[in-house]
Structures are given as structure tokens and as C-alpha cells.
Design a protein around this ligand. Structure first.
Ligand SMILES: NC(=O)c1ccc[n+]([C@@H]2O[C@H](COP(=O)([O-])OP(=O)(O)OC[C@H]3O[C@@H](n4cnc5c(N)ncnc54)[C@H](O)[C@@H]3O)[C@@H](O)[C@H]2O)c1
Ligand SMILES: [Zn+2]
Length: 357
């Protein structure tokens, strides 16, 4: 078991490894004992697979469970309201505690519920996906509006993150791919050697549990360091959006759920690497192809179809296209890119992908 402190406004610890749930009855016993009600908000699929396991560690308390739709469907106004209704019907108060059990989607909605129920109650993140090494740290919560993803939300830090890597063994390949995209993103923006190690992976199924834990720890450390420096995204936190301008456009254009977030981020990173003139582009294209990321979509989708989404991106200002680029590995910066240049670069990327794979 490893642990990592996040020195946000309200500091907290991320515990990683198998056996972290033992901490309920140990380091976090006072927090649980102090709560007048404890409610688990669980992704329905995760509940099917792992709720019994979780409850085994919570036997000392009277726990109420609310399941929410699996994945992105949980991030709706309806689910948000249903959670509040549940908390009220269970007579929860300001002294109640929430446990968010699922991937990034469940964490986002449960965190938003925690931050708004009676103006805020404590919550603990219990992430169950690889991607959630990113989403469970940093305190961004959100639900979606029909006009845009993550448009309604808060900054609200959890009391702790208990990340039991044993739960990751049931993830389907697409979700492993999605999560590993954010892992390699963290490497791109921080560490050449770690990046080289990740780029040598040709099949995620070959990663040992031990190595996966190490990659997750490193990813969390990168995220935590950036969040500590810039909790409310005024500056360096934008670097975490490496690959995301195009990714969000792809997700928007294709319709949410057609491609996982991480798959879109990999395509977006290849584009950002081309815009950056980064030496690792070809190697990254080969890595992406070997690991099953859908690079072919870039050939099938016209730049013009993506442009309106990129202009609407939260990070863009006054219609200009803003990208996080890499001067070199570990040295990200934000740059404004002219539309014409962006369009030509897209065409070039499509050609380059055709040549490399
Ligand atoms: N708050 C943040 O800072 C932040 C950062 C990145 C992403 N996000 C958000 O995270 C969400 C994506 O999260 P995600 O990729 O974790 O996916 P997710 O929560 O949507 O879950 C994906 C799928 O995996 C299933 N699943 C989850 N854990 C499982 C397990 N252990 N075994 C088997 N199946 C499991 C879920 O039921 C779901 O079908 C997006 O909504 C995104 O906006 C938030
Ligand atoms: Zn992301």
C-alpha cells in the first residue's frame, strides 16, 4: 500500500494498492464514526461486481446504498436529483458522509452531490477505473448539461481517496485503454524516462499488477503536484488538458459514449504532438495502433466537423484555438493556433498516420 498527500486547500491522502479498504476501520474510523449516516453512491455495474467486497470492510457501520446508472449516464440532472432525494429520504444531515464507488463518472456526480447537499458534506472517493487515478484527485466535480459536458459543477476536495487496485482486474479492455491514455498523458507532461517505459508497452494485458500500481502512483503524483500549485485552474492546471482540445471535439462530434474519453485523448495527443513538432510522434502513433486506439477515425472525420467544438472548448477564449503543446517531454505550454494552421496540421497528421502504420 502506498500513500500520497495532496496539499490542496483542504489537504487529503490518496492511498493506493490492495488492502486500502482496511483503512476504514483504522485511519478513517473517526470520520466514519462521527457520521450520523453513511451513504455509498455506487455505479450499478461496479455494485454488481464489487459491492459485496466493499461492504465486507464496512460491517461496523449501518450503510445505505444508492446505485446510479453505469458510466457517463450517471452525470445527469436526474441522477443528481435522485441522489439528493435519496439522502433526504434517509434523513441525512450535514453530519452525513458519502462514499463514491465507481469510475470517474460516479466520482464526478457523487462529488457534486456531496458539495451541494446542505451546502456540503464530507465524501471519500473509492475509484474503480484506471482513468479515475486522474479524476478522483483534484476535486473537480460535475454533471453534464445537454449543451455541454461537465458544464455544471464545483471544485470540492474529498476527505480521502482509497484506490484499491484489485478492483481494476474486472475492467473491460476499452476501459483499460481509456485509463492508460491519461497515464501516458501524465508521462508526456512530466517525465521522459517514464514515457519511454510506457511507450514500450505493446499490450496492456502484459502489465503486471505491481507495474500498474507504480504507473498509477506516478500519474497521481503528477496530477497532485499540479493541483497543489493551481487548485482552481488559473495556470499550470491547464497542462493537464494536453490532448484534450481535439479529444473533446471528437467526443462531441461522435456523440458521447461512441468513443471512450481516453481513446479520444490519445487521438488528441497525436495531434498536439504534431503541432508541437515533437520527436516522439511516430513512436506514439505506433504505440497507439498496437494498443488498439482508433486512429482511423481521424481519417474518417473532417477537420471542419471538429472546428466548432474546438472553438467552444472551455479553455478557448474568444474563438481562438488554444492547445497545450510540448516544447519537449515534461515541458508543456499553452499556445494559440490559427485556424488555417490547425487545419493543415490535421491533414498532415492523417497522412503521417497512413505512412507510419
Ligand atoms: N473530475 C475530474 O477531474 C475528471 C478528470 C478526468 C475525467 N473525468 C470524468 O470521468 C468520467 C470518465 O470516467 P471513467 O473513465 O472512470 O469511466 P466511467 O466512470 O464512465 O466508467 C466506465 C465504465 O466502466 C465500468 N466500470 C467502472 N469500474 C469498473 C470495474 N472495476 N470493473 C468493470 N467495470 C467497471 C462502469 O460501469 C462504466 O460502464 C468522465 O465523465 C469524465 O468527464 C473527470
Ligand atoms: Zn481527460
Amino acid at each position: 500500500m502506498k500513500q500520497l498527500r495532496v496539499e490542496a486547500d483542504q489537504p487529503y491522502t490518496v492511498h493506493i494498492g490492495s488492502g486500502v479498504f482496511d483503512l476504514f476501520a483504522d485511519a478513517y474510523r473517526p470520520l466514519l464514526d462521527a457520521a450520523d449516516r453513511i451513504v455509498v453512491i455506487a455505479d450499478e455495474r461496479v455494485a454488481e461486481l464489487h459491492l459485496q467486497y466493499l461492504m465486507g470492510f464496512l460491517a461496523d457501520w449501518d450503510i445505505r446504498v444508492m446505485t446510479v446508472p453505469a458510466g457517463e449516464n450517471a452525470k445527469s440532472v436526474e441522477t443528481f436529483m435522485a441522489c439528493h432525494s435519496f439522502l433526504l429520504s434517509e434523513n441525512c444531515s450535514r453530519n452525513s458522509l458519502l462514499l463514491a464507488f465507481g469510475g470517474g463518472a460516479t466520482g464526478d456526480v457523487a462529488g457534486f452531490v456531496a458539495s451541494t447537499f446542505m451546502r456540503g458534506i464530507p465524501f471519500i472517493q473509492l475509484p474503480t477505473t484506471i482513468l479515475a487515478h486522474d479524476s478522483a484527485v483534484g476535486g473537480k466535480t460535475a454533471i453534464n448539461h445537454e449543451l455541454g459536458k461537465n458544464m455544471i459543477g464545483t471544485f470540492y476536495q474529498p476527505k480521502a481517496v482509497l484506490y484499491d487496485s484489485k478492483l481494476l482486474t474486472t475492467l473491460p479492455p476499452g476501459e483499460i485503454r481509456s485509463g492508460m491514455a491519461e497515464v501516458i498523458k501524465h508521462a508526456f507532461i512530466s517525465n521522459e524516462e517514464w514515457l519511454a517505459e510506457l511507450l514500450s508497452i505493446r499490450d496492456f494485458a502484459d502489465i503486471s499488477q505491481e507495474d500498474l500500481n507504480r504507473h498509477l502512483e506516478k500519474g497521481i503524483a503528477v496530477k497532485a503536484a499540479i493541483v497543489e500549485e493551481d487548485e482552481f485552474e488559473g495556470g499550470v492546471r491547464k497542462y493537464l488538458n494536453f490532448g484534450h482540445t481535439l479529444a473533446h471535439a471528437l467526443e462531441g462530434h461522435l456523440g458521447y459514449g461512441k468513443i471512450t474519453h481516453g481513446e479520444a485523448v490519445v487521438l488528441g495527443m497525436s495531434y498536439a504532438l504534431l503541432l508541437s513538432g515533437h520527436e516522439k510522434l511516430d513512436e506514439f502513433i505506433r504505440w497507439s495502433n498496437a494498443n488498439g486506439y482508433p486512429l482511423h477515425l481521424l481519417r474518417e472525420i473532417q477537420f471542419e466537423a471538429l472546428l466548432p467544438y474546438m472553438k467552444k472548448d472551455k479553455k478557448s477564449s474568444r474563438g481562438a484555438l488554444n492547445f497545450v503543446l510540448l516544447e519537449q517531454t515534461g515541458k508543456p505550454f499553452v499556445e494559440k493556433v490559427e485556424e488555417l494552421h490547425a487545419s493543415k496540421a490535421y491533414g498532415k497528421l492523417v497522412l503521417q498516420i497512413g505512412e507510419v502504420i
